[in-house]
Design a protein around this ligand. Structure first.
Ligand code: PSV
Ligand code: MN
Length: 427
């Protein structure tokens, strides 16, 4: 199921006049502040965010999972769903695969299908947090950290295979997230577990193709409840340094204890050129995996403030970042939810781009705390949504992606085609 550009263009006509008025007013307002609006539009357009292959169906909790209806039943259907999102938003030009949830049987055909939607393959993700049918050794007590050499070897081998799958698809990076840790004091020798993990990661790193990167994701707790081997950015940083220059830290917004200053972590890692990628979501209590920007949009803006500053002051040669959504959709239509996340991400980015950096730097040097806050909040409180709409329509996207999605009855069509009880692979 595909949406034709003509269908989008026709529906855009309904609100084009209103949009034009709002955009021209904003263009004028920003122009008077010396902001180059065309450059701003280009930067916003260039922010393409990967959709995770596991987020296209309804997510579940350990208490249950309620199918949304019309969920994709295989990788082809998942790619088609990302194609729908990308056609509407023009912001999701990549997909991130989780192996073995989504193993492409015919990589050439899958690559062609993705290309036909304008989609490339972002980081591939390994999975040593679950046992797969027929698997030789169990990951119940860990994978790369395991006390048994044989289990570690199996997990390393899996990561190497994931790299090979990624190579066939044109990916250029692998993300390693480990559930490894312990649930009770005394269960594990924490130092040995970390040492084993470092040794294993070094072996995976050695297998990386020349032009690849490895992202090391951290998380403080869950599924283990007492200790997690790669619990925080410091541990991830330490391991990335041990592996080498192609290894980087990956920040998942949901993987922090309450009130952690994530923007400060971003600033530190970019200063050292070691921030590789981002997993976007939002949370109230823990790793809730909610729609990005639904709970703490100001925090998202502050994070983008540091990202933009880091990109504009990049003495350490931090590479371009891999942007990805990592969310779960328990209640909302997954495609609508992803569209909302994309909008929130681009909005926060745009707001960070219009911060008056010169004035901010001056007020920081003068220790003018109130003025510094005013400068940040002036940017945050400027309604930049007309810019996002303008970016979309210039490349054939929808003025109102969710409105268009609903008017075209996409979910109803997906349910008619795939059934109301399908369950996509993922958590
Ligand atoms: C773990 O919570 C995580 O954030 C990792 O990125 C996994 O790959 C993903 O979620 C799986 O749902
Ligand atoms: Mn993640």
């Amino acid at each position: 199921m595909r949406i034709a550009k003509e269908q989008v263009a026709t529906l855009n006509q309904e609100s084009i006049k209103e949009h034009r008025e709002q955009f021209l007013f904003l263009q004028d307002t920003l122009g008077k502040k010396g902001i180059d609006v065309e450059l701003l539009l280009k930067k916003i357009h260039d922010l393409q965010v990967a959709i995770p292959s596991w987020a296209l169906g309804a997510g579940g909790t350990r208490f249950g999972r309620f199918s949304y209806g019309g969920e994709p039943g295989n990788l082809q259907e998942k790619i088609n769903d990302v194609g729908i999102i990308h056609t509407l938003t023009q912001a999701a030009g990549a997909i991130s695969l989780h192996i073995p949830w989504d193993i492409p049987e015919d990589p050439v055909a899958i690559k062609e299908l993705a290309a036909s939607h304008g989609i490339v393959f972002d980081a591939v993700n390994s999975n040593t947090f679950q046992d797969q049918p027929g698997q030789n050794k169990s990951y119940k007590f860990g994978s790369l950290c395991h006390t048994s050499n044989l289990v570690r070897e199996q997990a390393i081998h899996h990561n190497q295979q994931v790299i090979e799958v990624g190579q066939a698809l044109g990916s250029k990076s692998i993300t390693v997230w480990l559930a490894d840790g312990s649930s009770f004091p005394g269960q594990s020798n924490m130092r040995s577990a970390l040492q084993n993990t470092q040794d294993s990661l070094e072996k995976i790193y050695a297998y990386l193709p020349e032009d690849w990167k490895m992202y090391i994701e951290y998380k403080p707790y869950e599924p283990n409840f007492y200790s997690t081997v790669i619990q925080d950015w410091g541990t991830s940083f330490l391991l990335a340094n041990a592996c080498g220059e192609k290894a980087y830290c990956l920040v998942d917004l949901g993987h922090h204890l309450p009130n952690t200053n994530i923007e400060q972590i971003v600033a530190t890692l970019m200063w050292k050129g070691k921030l590789g990628g981002f997993h976007f979501n939002d949370s109230k209590y823990g790793d809730d995996d909610l729609t990005c920007g639904s709970i703490k949009p100001y925090q998202l803006f502050l994070i983008f403030n540091e990202l933009v500053y880091g990109m504009e002051n990049n003495q350490a040669n931090n590479p371009d970042l891999a942007w990805m959504i990592d969310a779960s959709h328990n209640l909302k239509d997954p495609l609508e939810d992803l569209i909302q996340s994309l909008e929130a991400i681009r909005l926060a980015y745009a707001q960070a781009l219009i911060i008056n950096r010169k004035a901010l730097s001056e007020s920081q040097m003068e220790n003018d705390v109130s003025r510094s806050q005013e400068i940040l909040q002036n940017a945050y409180r400027t309604d930049l949504r007309p810019l996002l709409r303008e970016v979309r329509i210039r490349v054939g996207g929808a003025l109102n992606p969710i409105g268009t999605y609903r008017k075209l009855s996409i979910r109803q069509a997906l349910i008619a085609k795939r059934g109301s009880k399908t369950i996509a692979t993922g958590l």
